[in-house]
Structure formats: structure tokens, C-alpha cells
Write a protein that binds this ligand. Structure first.
Ligand code: HEC
Ligand code: HEC
Length: 355
């Protein structure tokens, strides 16, 4: 009798180790998982949701999806987190790119994401692609473009055409996602509809996009965060802005631009990760990341309006505004439309460390 209980116990622990889950067998979260959870709660929840359910803001995918976790390798996760996805609101969170996370901290976040995984790693079909990209283009236009965008970018769902994604997604990862979908999300299983051949045609199309995508020259290694605060406010001798709505209210982009052109006294705060700021920010803006505004609080003016913005279009800026209000700032507003619209209207952006 005792012997059998012991065997059961061993089986449970073995299953836990294999699946990496925390719930079974009373295993406690590891130090890394606890550390990763803190970073995740501070930086990622705003878009990916408290439990990785996704779509808290923007089109941030469901990371806790079992089919995603079973098919994504640690390298895939590391690339996504450290390098981000250029052209989307997924920032580069790695230090080397100007983000906040060291290699070890990224590892801790990955350990935390793995704690959501219930099953073992999926067996993936990694054979070379034999499909035909031309046929794949017809399938893609018919079945996929409605959500993923005509060339795999700019759609309502996660982009498939970007270089960052395609260089780290293996053939097996892509086949697995397309054939079986992502239950619980809008991504349905296409295995039956397209067959293995149809799927390979689409993967061939994705690989042809990857071949065309040009690598962006990597920016010079930034100094470690935080980015020093630039001059605030803009137009120190200017008039008080008119028409700003105090947070949680938002202010329309044309009102902000109008007041800026009028020489009004205000500061523009970029709420995104430092790496995004280095890449592109509103001309004149300073970097105050939503997850860690503390180093800047003492230097921010209390008598001038602070306009918070991000790109998603106002989830991160909303969080920054909330924290500023919590720290006693009252003249705080949120840019309604975000950086994407600012850029599209050609209102002026800069790259690099300088405002
Ligand atoms: C501003 C919103 C936002 C924040 C904050 C954010 N992400 Fe993302 N994330 C996204 C979006 C949007 C995508 C999909 C990008 C695309 O279209 O390729 C994404 C993609 C990912 C992916 C790849 C998923 C896949 O299916 O390919 C991972 C992993 C990920 N994020 C992890 C994180 C982690 C960890 C953090 C915190 C350190 C974080 N994200 C913070 C918006 C966000
Ligand atoms: C109704 C909308 C919709 C359609 C149509 C659709 N997808 Fe998706 N797809 C999604 C969503 C949403 C996700 C992200 C799911 C998640 O949150 O994990 C996704 C994820 C994916 C992924 C994984 C990407 C990643 O970063 O993890 C691949 C690959 C993919 N889709 C390929 C396709 C292909 C190929 C087609 C057409 C045959 C297609 N999708 C059709 C909505 C769609």
C-alpha cells in the first residue's frame, strides 16, 4: 500500500517536471518564476492580460494559449521579448536594444510564461518547405488577409509578414499554428480546409516575404536605462495650453499639435519602452516609461501640463497618467490617438536619445 502511494507520488512529480506547471503536486514557484511574474505584471499585463489571455490592449496575442506555448521554443520567446516586433506595438524589452530587461530577467519572464504551460512540447514537422508561393498567395488572399493584412502586416491580428517574426518562426511552428489554429482565439484550424499541401504553399509564401525583408541596420548600443530626461517643459515662457482634458480624460491630437504650434508651455512624455523611444518619438518628447516613472518624478514640472502618449494607442500612456496622478501631479492628460496617427499626419518625429 505504502509502496503504491510512493509510486503515485513519483509519477505526479515526474509529470510536473515534464510539463513545468506549478499547480500540481504542491510545487512552489521557483525564484525565477516569481521574479518573472513581477516583471510580467509590471510591463506586459497592460497588453497581454494578467493571465496571458491576450487582447487587453491592441492586438496583443494570447501568450497563455496552450498550442502557442507547446510550439514556441525558448529561443522564439526570447527573440520576441528581447527584440520585439518592428512595426508593431510589441517593444524590444531587451537591454541590448535599449529596453529594461537583462538577459537573466528575460529568462525569468520566460520561466513564468512556461508556468502557464500544461502539456509537453509539441512534436513539430520541421521538414523543408516544398510548397509553391504563387499558389500560397491565392490561398492567403482568400483565407488569411482579412485578419493578417494583405502582405501579412497592418491587419487586425498578429502580423505574419515582419522580419522579426519570420526569422524566429520555424517551419514546424508555422505549420502547427496554421493546421491546428489557436483555440480560444480568432485563429481557426485550417488543416482540414487546406490540407498539408495548401499549408505548405502558404508557408512558402511567408518564406518569400522573409527573403524580401531587408534587415534594419542595428542602432548603436544604447547606454543602460533609464534614458536621461531631456529639457522639460517645452516653451518654458509660453502661455498655458487651452483645451486639455485632465486624465483619465484624453486630448485629441489636433488640439495638442495646435497648442504646441502656439508655443504653449507643456511636456510630452513618451510612455513606451526606452527602445521604442530610441527608434522614434514625437519631436520634443522625453522618455518616461510607464513601468518605471520613478527616476523621473522629481524632475518633472508640477505646474506645466504633461501630455502622455504611446502607440497602442493609449493603454501604456493611460497607465503612466494614472501613476503621475498617484504621485500628486494634476495637470496630466493622455494623447487620444497615439504615435501612429501623429506619424501619419507628419507632425514631426525624431529618433535617438535627443528629444
Ligand atoms: C503595448 C502592448 C504590448 C506590451 C506592453 C507587450 N506586448 Fe508582447 N506583443 C504585443 C503585440 C501587439 C504582439 C504581436 C506583434 C505582432 O503583430 O507581431 C506581441 C507579441 C508578443 C509575443 C509573441 C507572441 C506570438 O504569438 O508570436 C510574445 C512572446 C510577447 N509579446 C511577450 C511579451 C512580454 C513578455 C511582454 C512584457 C515584457 C510584452 N509582450 C509586452 C503587444 C505588447
Ligand atoms: C479570423 C481571423 C483570422 C484568420 C482568417 C486567420 N488568422 Fe491566423 N491568427 C489570428 C489570430 C487572432 C492569431 C493570434 C492568436 C493568438 O492570440 O494566439 C493568429 C495567429 C496565427 C499564426 C501564429 C502567429 C504567431 O505569432 O504566433 C499564424 C502562423 C497564422 N495565424 C497564420 C494564418 C494563416 C496562414 C491564415 C490563413 C490560412 C490565417 N492565419 C487566418 C487570426 C486569424
Amino acid at each position: 500500500m505504502r509502496y503504491r502511494r510512493l509510486l503515485e507520488c513519483v509519477a505526479v512529480v515526474a509529470a510536473c517536471i515534464a510539463s513545468g506547471t506549478l499547480e500540481c503536486g504542491g510545487l512552489q514557484p521557483t525564484e525565477a518564476q516569481r521574479h518573472g511574474a513581477q516583471a510580467y505584471d509590471r510591463m506586459c499585463v497592460v497588453c497581454h492580460g494578467l493571465h496571458g489571455e491576450g487582447y487587453a490592449a491592441d492586438q496583443a496575442p494570447m501568450i497563455a494559449n496552450q498550442r502557442f506555448l507547446a510550439s514556441a521554443s525558448d529561443d522564439f520567446l526570447r527573440n520576441a521579448i528581447e527584440g520585439g516586433r518592428a512595426g508593431t506595438t510589441m517593444s524590444a524589452w531587451g537591454r541590448l536594444r535599449g529596453g529594461p530587461l537583462s538577459r537573466g530577467e528575460t529568462g525569468a519572464v520566460i520561466a513564468y510564461l512556461r508556468s502557464w504551460q500544461e502539456g509537453p512540447r509539441a512534436t513539430l514537422d520541421e521538414r523543408p518547405v516544398t510548397g509553391d508561393a504563387k499558389r500560397g498567395a491565392d490561398v492567403f488572399a482568400r483565407e488569411c488577409a482579412g485578419c493578417h493584412g494583405a502582405d501579412g502586416t497592418g491587419g487586425t491580428s498578429v502580423s505574419l509578414g515582419g522580419r522579426d517574426f519570420l526569422t524566429s518562426a520555424s517551419n514546424g511552428f508555422l505549420r502547427y499554428a496554421i493546421a491546428g489554429g489557436r483555440p480560444g482565439t480568432a485563429m481557426e484550424a485550417f488543416g482540414r480546409k487546406l490540407g498539408d499541401g495548401g499549408i505548405d504553399d502558404v508557408v512558402a509564401l511567408l518564406r518569400s516575404w522573409q527573403a524580401q525583408a531587408v534587415a534594419k541596420p542595428s542602432p548603436p548600443p544604447p547606454r543602460p536605462p533609464p534614458i536621461p530626461l531631456g529639457p522639460v517643459p517645452l516653451n518654458p515662457g509660453g502661455p498655458e495650453p487651452v483645451g486639455f482634458n485632465a486624465a483619465p480624460g484624453t486630448t485629441k491630437i489636433d488640439v495638442v499639435k495646435g497648442q504646441l504650434d502656439r508655443g504653449a508651455r507643456m511636456a510630452l512624455l513618451d510612455a513606451r519602452a526606452g527602445s521604442d523611444y530610441l527608434n522614434e518619438h514625437i519631436a520634443g518628447a522625453v522618455s518616461v516609461p510607464f513601468y518605471d516613472p520613478d527616476p523621473y518624478l522629481a524632475q518633472l514640472p508640477r505646474s506645466a501640463w504633461l501630455v502622455c502618449y504611446c502607440a497602442c494607442p493609449h493603454a501604456e500612456s493611460g497607465q503612466l497618467a494614472q501613476k503621475l496622478k498617484g504621485a500628486g501631479f494634476t495637470k496630466v492628460t493622455i494623447l487620444d490617438e497615439g504615435l501612429g496617427v501623429w506619424r501619419a499626419r507628419k507632425y514631426g518625429t525624431h529618433e535617438g536619445l535627443d528629444p
